[in-house]
Design a protein around this ligand. Structure first.
Ligand code: FE
Length: 190
């Protein structure tokens, strides 16, 4: 890992969160700090960029000790995608490598979920989710022959939050806790 990039991102975000910044401020000033982190793809340790043959991987990079935010690398093998899911906290997704496709889902009067806007994110771009605007989506690797990686920042310890996946037809919510794939977090000071 190139010295300092992840550490200075965490410092910047901690200072912003310490100001009790609103979601609007996090999505502007915090987004700029995240854009700086993903500007160059030369710092994520290889052990935290590894794909799994069957599942997309979520590696914890840092969790605020007060559970105010967490930083996770999402690593997608070719063709891998999430089920329809929510987050329950604000989130920013910065594309570090490859390309991802997001499809937003909207709950209907009959309880089902209907696919809405689709967006494709290239390296350097940042997407957001929020329970205040749109919290339910599907994310997929948009590349069929390459790994894609994004750096996710959430307004809580996302791997420990009880949230839900949804059946698109019936709308049934199945509770889940995502956890993390790694046993150890990176050394920020080496
Ligand atoms: Fe998501």
């Amino acid at each position: 890992m190139k010295e300092g990039k992840l550490l200075s991102f965490i410092k910047g975000l901690t200072l912003l969160i310490d100001e009790q910044a609103s979601e609007e401020i996090i999505f502007t000033r915090g987004k700029r700090i995240l854009e700086e982190l993903i500007r160059e793809d030369d710092w994520l340790p290889e052990v935290l960029s590894k794909t799994h043959p069957d599942y997309y991987q979520q590696y914890l990079l840092y969790a605020d000790p007060l559970d105010r935010f967490s930083v996770v690398s999402f690593v997608w093998g070719p063709g891998q995608k999430t089920p329809i899911h929510n987050h329950t906290v604000w989130g920013m997704v910065g594309q570090l490598r490859g390309e991802e496709k997001e499809t937003r889902y909207h709950s209907q009067e009959n309880g089902s979920y209907q696919a809405g806007k689709q967006s494709i994110f290239q390296a350097g771009q940042v997407a957001t989710v929020s329970p205040n605007t749109h919290d339910v989506h599907v994310v997929a690797n948009n590349l069929s022959d390459q790994t894609s990686i994004s750096i996710h920042v959430y307004g809580g310890n996302i791997g420990r939050i009880k949230r839900a996946v949804f059946d698109p037809i019936t709308g049934t919510a199945k509770p889940f806790i995502s956890g993390y794939a790694n046993a150890f977090t990176p050394n920020l000071w080496h």
